[in-house]
Structures are given as C-alpha cells and as structure tokens.
Design a protein around this ligand. Structure first.
Ligand code: PXP
Length: 252
C-alpha cells in the first residue's frame, strides 16, 4: 500500500539561540532556512516565544518574505501572537502551550480545559486562511477536543516517546509508540490531518515515520545540533533518508 508523502518541517529556532548567545547577526536563521530548503525540507517551522529567547519578530518577517517553502509559525494562543500571525500570514500556525520557566515545550495543549480560551483563536486563524494545528498529547480526549474546536490539523507530541528512548527504557518507548499509533489512527478517523514532532532524532524517527496517518514531522533541536558535526544540509538529507526508510517499512 502506498502511503501519503511524509513532509519534513525543519525548525530553525536553535540557530537563533546560538546567534542570540552573542547578540549579533550570526548565524542567521533565515540563511539556515534557505539551506534546509535546498537540502529537501518541505517547510520551515519557527516558534516566536513570548520572551523572544530565540526567534524574534524580525526573523518571522524575513522568513515570510524570503522563504518560498511554507512557513509554520508556532505560537501561544495569546492576543499578541494572534495579531502577529494575522499580520504575517504564515501558511500554518501551530498553537502550543508556553511557560516562561520551561526549557522547551513540555507537553501538549490543554485542549479540553482550554476550550473557551482556544476557540476564538482557532476560529480567527481559520477565518484568516491560516491552517491551524494544535499541539496535543496522543490521547483520545485531546483529539476529540481538537476536532470540536474546528482545527483541521493536530501535531502529536512525540516528546514522551523520545525521552523514554533517551533514558534507555525500551518498554516505555514501545508503549509510547503504541499510544502515538492509536492516536494517529483515531485522529485521522475524526477527519484530522496528523502531524508529529518533538525530540525526534536519526535513531528514533523511523517508527514514527512508519505510522501511516502521519503526513508531517517537525524536527529542530537535533538537526541544529547535528549541523555542528555534519553541516545543516547533510543533517537534513540524512533525516529525510531516515524518514523515507521508516515510511518504506510501513509500505512494504
Ligand atoms: N513541534 C512543536 C510543536 C514544538 O514545540 C517543537 C519544539 O519547538 C518541535 C516540534 C520540534 O522539537 P525538537 O526541537 O525537539 O525537534
């Protein structure tokens, strides 16, 4: 059975993290986005955080103006970010939870408890023609709540699966992979487009790429880290190859 094409969205946030460590302009995340695109990225993802710790407003404007591949803006569901999204008009907006004290996004959105807060943001973005995705835990209730909010896309949080693998807990990683498989199948049965991301690496991406309903992976930190050793273009090409290997296993 031929599966749908699996897109790779490259998250360039941590190029900006390195730039900001010295306060200048180098390395430029927009240049990284160009390189990732030339190496086969299907889209560029950037998270404009409330505290601007990596990507800044000017980066988002330049990415939108200069990059031809679709831009996926990760954002918290706040008035400020909504205004920026409406003004910038990215191809897609992925709503994520955000806490100032966290090092990275720590889990999916509270789509059940946060319905009242999220509904007007999802509605406005959809009306503006921006494809809305909700970053959620691989749970049935979260998927139902995402569908009820009217979002066309969910991005399944793969961080717990990845963390279990990093800790060498193969049993937990297998359980988490099962949760991702069930969530992807259930979400697709509700009519949602399924994406996934967080903590993916060359070693753990294949089983996720093999989940047939998933059509996009968003990957950042590992690729930027690996770029130090092999260059960004090579890291993107190697990730693409690993994704294709995983996908081929599922199609066999
Ligand atoms: N998807 C979402 C919603 C995220 O918040 C992040 C991290 O910014 C990623 C994907 C990429 O995660 P990582 O940097 O661990 O590859």
């Amino acid at each position: 059975m031929a599966l749908p094409y699996l897109r790779l969205g490259v998250n360039i946030d941590h190029v900006a993290t390195i730039r900001n460590a010295r306060g200048g302009r180098h390395p430029d995340p927009v240049r990284a986005a160009h390189m990732a695109t030339l190496a086969g990225a299907d889209g560029i993802t950037a998270h404009l955080r409330e505290d601007r710790r990596h990507i800044r407003d000017e980066d988002i404007e330049r990415l939108k103006r200069q990059i031809l591949t679709p831009l996926n803006l990760e954002m918290a569901a706040t008035e400020e970010m909504l205004e920026i999204a409406v003004r910038t008009r990215p191809h897609a907006a992925c709503l994520v939870p955000e806490k100032r004290t966290e090092r990275t996004t720590e889990g999916g959105l509270d789509v059940v408890g946060g319905h009242g807060h999220l509904a007007p943001v999802v509605d406005r973005l959809c009306r503006e023609g921006i494809r809305v995705s909700l970053f959620v835990e691989p749970q049935v209730e979260a998927l139902r709540a995402a569908r009820d909010l009217g979002a066309p896309v969910v991005e399944l949080h793969t961080g717990t699966y990845a963390e279990a693998g990093f800790a060498g807990d193969d049993e937990k990683a297998a359980e988490e992979l099962d949760r991702l498989k069930h969530a992807a199948a259930f979400g697709a049965s509700l009519g949602l487009e399924i994406h996934a991301g967080h903590g993916l690496t060359f070693d753990n991406v294949r089983p996720v790429a093999a989940i047939p309903q998933i059509v996009e992976l968003n990957i950042g930190h590992f690729l930027v880290g690996e770029a130090v050793f092999m260059g960004l273009g090579e890291a993107v090409r190697a990730m693409r190859a690993a994704m294709d290997e995983g996908r081929a296993l599922a199609s066999a």
